[in-house]
Write a protein that binds this ligand. Structure first.
Ligand code: NAD
Length: 284
């Protein structure tokens, strides 16, 4: 069994769709799956067009894969339906759906405006639901299995301060993932999610801006408070901040998008055919 898309025999390559691919974790996943030999359907908001075009150009050039970029909003059902339709029309099929797009806003529950709650539910939960739904419909029609992967979070496994709604959306994704795995096992479609802790992406920048503007602390100080010193500084005595070392990551460093991408690369491979319903948190 191969760990990558089978490109050794002539014929169409497998196709993976990645939402929220212009930046952060989605960008890392797109790079990794292109390297694995997948043709790609990339999706993001239209405001991210320049970044997505640049990514598509770079993986076409470096890995010789075909790439179709589609723009829209995952919280709009018609946009996700159009995404799957376009990718099938242009690239022939869908083997993997990586429903990565998501947003984060941190706020104490009673200070959360209803519109903000709706936005989080819309993008994180409904967006993931639409991606699972249209991917599953297409994969069942194709009749040869498939892979669905969603983005949960450490906040989808335990409650954290000021994350009531974000956390609820990520718990929901984990629950939906387990149920969908039960429903689609008989079609050879596996459904899993990743549930990391701190991964260094633009999303962490937005959260830093929110917290530092609220507290008046210098920009970057919030990120630092949830971050980790590089491994060499925390494993060699004296520990500069033992409490921090233990607080979030047992590895003593923040994750990078490519750390999540390596897990996704495995989850969409043939080798992961007996892994379903999981929400992996080994990259906390
Ligand atoms: P990011 O903000 O860095 O990138 C998200 C990407 O999604 C961007 O390109 C953005 O334009 C796109 N996007 C946002 N809303 C969209 C929408 N409505 N429709 C289509 N595209 C949209 O975020 P990230 O840190 O890379 O996070 C990716 C996923 O991983 C999210 O679901 C997030 O909740 C989850 N996650 C992130 C972390 C972390 O520490 N960064 C930890 C756990 C889980």
């Amino acid at each position: 069994m191969s760990n990558v898309a089978d490109t050794s025999t002539p014929g169409p390559r497998r196709v993976a769709i990645i939402t929220g691919a212009a930046e952060g974790i989605g960008h890392g996943i797109a790079l990794r799956l292109a390297k694995d030999g997948f043709d790609l359907g990339l999706f993001d908001l239209s405001r991210a067009q320049e970044k997505l075009e640049r990514l598509a150009e770079s993986v076409r050039g470096e890995f010789g894969v075909r790439v179709v970029n589609v723009y829209g909003d995952v919280s709009r059902e018609e946009d996700v339906e159009r995404l799957v339709e376009t990718v099938v029309r242009e690239l022939g099929s869908v083997w993997a759906m990586v429903a990565n797009a998501g947003i984060s806003m941190n706020r104490v529950l009673h200070e959360t405006p209803t519109e903000e709650m709706d936005k989080l539910l819309g993008v994180n939960f409904k967006g993931t639901f639409f991606c699972y739904k249209y991917a599953a419909m297409q994969m069942i029609k194709q009749g040869n299995g498939g892979r669905i992967v969603g983005a949960s979070s450490i906040a989808g496994k335990k409650g954290l301060p000021e994350q009531a709604v974000y956390s609820a959306t990520k718990f929901a994704i984990r629950g939906m993932t387990q149920c969908a795995a039960m429903d689609y096992g008989k079609y050879g479609i596996t459904v899993n999610s990743y549930a990391p802790g701190v991964i260094e992406t633009p999303l962490m920048g937005y959260l830093d801006e929110y917290h530092t503007s609220k507290t008046g602390q210098p920009k970057g100080s919030w990120t630092q408070s949830v971050s980790h010193e590089p491994v060499r500084e925390v494993v060699e005595p004296p520990l500069r901040n033992g409490a921090q070392f233990n607080s979030l990551s047992v590895l003593g460093r923040n994750g990078q998008p490519e750390d999540v991408a390596k897990l996704v690369s495995f989850l969409v491979s043939d080798d992961a055919s007996f892994i379903t319903g999981t929400s992996s948190d080994h990259i906390l």
